[in-house]
Design a protein around this ligand. Structure first.
Ligand code: NCD
Length: 648
């Protein structure tokens, strides 16, 4: 059965095919290919355009429509699960069109339905049919999509239309400039999909260069990786920065895609202040002469009605295309009822825990947490492993997170995840023996015991670590322009402990304590947070124009640093970012070079190096140790201490 849950369910060729059908909508209307068919619309969230254009499309195809005018007046109010609703309604209709407030809910419903299911928007995840309308509009107005430069503006964090659109733009070869409202940048999981699946990388550009339409935001430029690849790693390189700005100045902006602040997904009544708006003045600038303005609608205050009369305001046309595009989509899906899910879907390995306990998605709005009975804890796993981390992607909401512990169902042994384990994990995965856990507690509750690791050798003891930190802090102070503007940013967890120690050393030397923050990749919540000063009213961590010292315990491949740099540049543009690591293992896969290094340890890739800190370990001593892993496939050995590694 072909469903449309994500824009990734359609190949570019299939999208073109749908557009060709849409061009021929008059003919479809005459032929009535859906006559005798029924479409059910299940909208758990408000809608005008999507619902009415779908209903109009179905009727124009000769079909009919059944619907619940208000899902709150359906059996949902009595506690019916979405899985049951989907199963029942799919026996009344030939296609379901569903909108829901949970990320992944439509996928969960599609799993129960034996008719095609179309996602009309699920939480802040995706809205693929809006993207079809957007692309169709672009094609009509601008000809080809390839090579266009599209500015995405507003709430890029919660806007589902943006997420589907940015993937599609990347696939069709457009350039994307993101202009996010403060704190509403594209989520890291979206950026990582862009990079991993579509080879798109992120480059910071100067917000002023976009005509200063927005305050308190920084513009980011997404582009096919070549030729701007280096820019992602720009630290203090003014030359590259200057080149980038010139490049941005030379850009022709073809499209300005504006979006509303998704207040219903924030829940905290965050202030509207500083939210970007566009009106007539914006369009006066010479460089926007041929820039069309799009908006998925509804608009609130961000797009002034003044733009309606301007030839460049094409959002009502965009909404009108909703009917022919949805007619075409319905016809396309009806013709493929017998087909399996599209090959366009990413080719990753599905993973479901063979144990009763196992990892859980960290997105609090994911259907797997909101209604576990309607979904499974199913993920996509990527092996061989990158980042020295095991990353799971939720099959429902696409959020990515890191798993710490891996075990074998047969030997009932677990180990802190380590890239040296990758071949063994691959083997277990193929045999259905791979168990993954979020915590030691989870593993031990299921009767797992730790794997044994080889003998530990101490590479740096307490005093040596202390000296290294003292020397690094002196060097940081020597290089810094203004100690008042220093921000010491640690990578969680060992990196943020070291960041706090460096800050204390700096205070001893210069008398002022620099601000300390922490960055967490693949964590459940905010990626950047302040550690000290700890005052609650100190506001969000501000990186703009700061001298940032990024601190981590071990640098190995450099991939962690790369992910952190992307988080930093998405938040704001610091004056500089310098990197301090206690240990450099020298196995770089990306071009980053630490500015401050405690000790170089060019160890073999198979060795594990771990920084133990008294704050994190019960051991009470600071040490850097090196060890190897005993083949974890071995059957039960004497239980040994679980060893963890600071791989990167
Ligand atoms: C969008 C949605 O529901 O996500 N509306 C639509 O379908 N055109 C955009 C929005 O609500 O902001």
């Amino acid at each position: 059965m072909r469903h449309l849950i994500s824009i990734a369910d359609l190949t570019n060729e299939e999208i073109e095919e749908i557009f060709a059908l849409a061009d021929d909508a008059q003919n479809l209307r005459a032929v009535k290919p859906a006559s005798g068919q029924i479409m059910a619309t299940l909208f758990y969230e408000p809608s005008t355009r999507t619902r009415l254009s779908f209903e109009s499309a179905m009727q124009r195809l000769g079909g009919s429509v059944i619907s619940c005018s208000d899902m709150k007046a359906s059996s949902t109010a009595k506690g019916e699960t979405i899985a049951d609703t989907a199963r029942v309604v799919s026996s009344y209709a030939d296609v379901l069109v569903v909108r829901h407030h949970w990320d992944g809910a439509v996928q969960a419903m599609a799993e129960q339905a034996d008719v095609p299911v179309i996602n009309a928007g699920d939480g802040s995840h995706e809205h693929p049919t809006q993207t079809l309308c957007d692309l169709y509009t672009l094609r009509k107005e601008k000809g080809a999509i390839k090579g266009l430069t599209v500015v995405l503006c507003g709430d890029l964090k919660n806007g589902r239309t943006i997420h589907s659109l940015v993937y599609a733009l990347a696939r069709f070869g457009a350039n994307v400039v993101t202009l996010a409202a403060n704190g509403m940048a594209l989520p890291q999981y979206v950026l990582e999909h862009l990079e991993r699946d579509y080879d798109y990388a992120l480059t910071p550009v100067d917000a002023d260069d976009l005509g200063a339409v927005v305050t308190e935001t920084d513009a980011l430029y997404l582009t096919p990786k070549q030729p701007h690849q280096l820019a992602l790693f720009t630290q203090v390189d003014q030359v590259i920065q200057a080149q980038l700005n010139t490049m941005a100045a030379g850009l022709r902006y073809d499209v300005f895609y504006m979006t509303r602040k998704q207040k219903e997904r924030m829940g905290d009544g965050s202030p509207d202040e500083g939210y970007p708006t566009i009106g007539r003045d914006f369009l006066r600038a010479q460089r926007f002469q041929d820039t069309v303005v799009m908006h998925p609608l509804p608009r609130v205050d961000e797009l002034s009605p003044e733009v309606d009369k301007d030839r460049r305001g094409i959002y009502f046309k965009q909404a009108a295309y909703g009917v022919p595009v949805r007619m075409a989509l319905l016809k396309f899906l009806f013709d493929r009822r017998a087909q399996k899910r599209s090959a366009a879907k990413r080719s990753t390995i599905p993973y479901e825990s063979p144990e009763r306990l196992g990892p859980q998605c960290r997105n609090p709005n994911c259907v797997t947490l909101k209604e576990p009975v309607s979904s499974a804890r199913r993920f996509e796993l990527r092996l061989p492993v990158q980042d020295d981390a095991l990353i799971l992607t939720c099959s429902y909401c696409d959020h990515r997170f890191k798993v710490q512990f891996a075990g074998n169902v047969k030997s009932k042994r677990y180990h802190f995840f380590d890239s040296a384990l990758a071949p063994a994990l691959n083997d277990w995965l193929s045999k259905g023996e791979l168990a993954l856990f979020d915590s030691i507690k989870e593993a031990e509750e299921l009767g797992y015991e730790p794997f044994k690791s080889g003998p530990h050798r101490v590479l740096m003891a307490d005093a040596e670590i202390r000296n290294a930190l003292a020397e690094m802090s002196a060097a940081i102070l020597r290089d810094c322009r203004d100690p008042e503007r220093l921000l010491i940013l640690g990578v969680r967890s060992a990196g943020s402990q070291l960041a706090q120690r460096l800050a204390a050393e700096i205070e001893i030397r210069c008398g002022c304590k620099p601000e300390v923050g922490e960055v967490e990749i693949y964590g459940p919540g905010e990626e950047l947070r302040r550690i000290s000063p700890a005052e609650a009213d100190a506001g969000a961590l501000n990186l703009r124009d700061r001298e940032v010292i990024l601190v981590d315990d071990v640098i190995f491949t450099g991939r962690t640093v790369k992910s952190v740099l992307s988080i930093i540049f998405r938040s704001a543009r610091p004056q500089s970012v310098r990197l301090a690591v206690l240990i450099d293992r020298g196995h770089r896969e990306v071009p980053v070079k630490p500015n401050y290094v405690g000790k170089n340890i060019p160890s073999s890739e198979h060795d594990r190096v771990r920084v133990r800190l008294r704050e994190l370990d019960a051991d009470q001593t600071d040490q850097v140790v090196i060890y190897s892993i005993v083949n974890p496939s071995e059957t039960r050995v004497q239980a040994a201490e679980p060893s963890t590694s600071g791989g990167n």
